[in-house]
Write a protein that binds this ligand. Sequence first.
Ligand code: ZN
Length: 178
Amino acid sequence: MSEKLAMFTPKTCNLEGLGGGGEITWEMVAGALTGLNQEVYLYARLKFVQDDTCLGELKDLVYLNTINEAFWGGWKLSKNEDVETIGRLANMAIDESVNPLICKSCNGSGMINNKGECHVCKGIGEGREASIKRIQKRLKVTEHRATHFWRDKLRGLLSAHIGWDQDISEALKKLNNK
Ligand SMILES: [Zn+2]
């Protein structure tokens, strides 16, 4: 994560220091983000500007795009699964990306007070990836399906969202060059 993006981490909306002391306003940030596609823009506003009003629209868009992906990708749903299952997957992916799990042991810092690297997350600061149980419960699918089908689909969406984070980071870099 770039330094600039780090300043936009959830729960800190501090713009101080951005742009090397120059005046940077939320309008300028919003302006830098408007070049992004709609999905990424809404995601950025939700995740980094904490604009919860974007959530509904973002979920709708991600839902539609995931349905599309399922259709073109020939996803084979089992008999108890349908578009609602895909909708639940889309929602789960957004929730996990916007509020990434952090390691509870070190609170996401990767370090334990003066004791060095956290042993639970090995210094990464991230919590564990969604368990099969969580996928199973959230999507209302069987354990077998969660393990052999839906976990991969969730990973696919989450890695796309990591790409969004990078796009946002790139867009915000432009603020520095003004
Ligand atoms: Zn840790």
